[in-house]
Design a protein around this ligand. Sequence first.
Ligand code: 5GP
Ligand code: ZN
Length: 135
Amino acid sequence: MSDCIFCKIVRGELPATKVYEDADTFAFLTIQPTNTGHTLVIPKVHAANVFEATPELWGKVQETVRKVASAVEKGVAADGVNINSNNREHAGQQVDHIHIHIIPRFKNDGLTLFPHHDRREDEGEPVAAKIRAAL
Ligand code: 5GP
Ligand code: ZN
């Protein structure tokens, strides 16, 4: 994709602070970290989101995530990591090229995760049935 900023990073047309690269994937620091060491893992081939990913592409990205997550944790002496992917605009996706966030976490870093509630009855089996039917 000629206009995609992450494709431009892969092609070397935009600078990036690289942490890892292999034949299929690329990992680099985000310019707006949640915590220091916040890393993005992307496929080199353009696909907008999880819904466009082939099993093979997704598998390669996730294997790089697995590898790089350990290095991020060790590299910045974190106490854990969050691994997250935003898919589509209303899920917070700002760049339409698959990217997985690896966010280092530190004891008492003050960040809170998504809010949640105790599951209501109508959010149980009827919802699972709809999801199963969509598989
Ligand atoms: P999203 O909101 O789509 O899940 O995440 C987009 C991520 O890409 C954010 O972490 C944002 O800071 C990062 N980002 C956007 N533009 C650039 C860029 O030009 N270079 C780098 N390194 N990160 C970028
Ligand atoms: Zn792209």
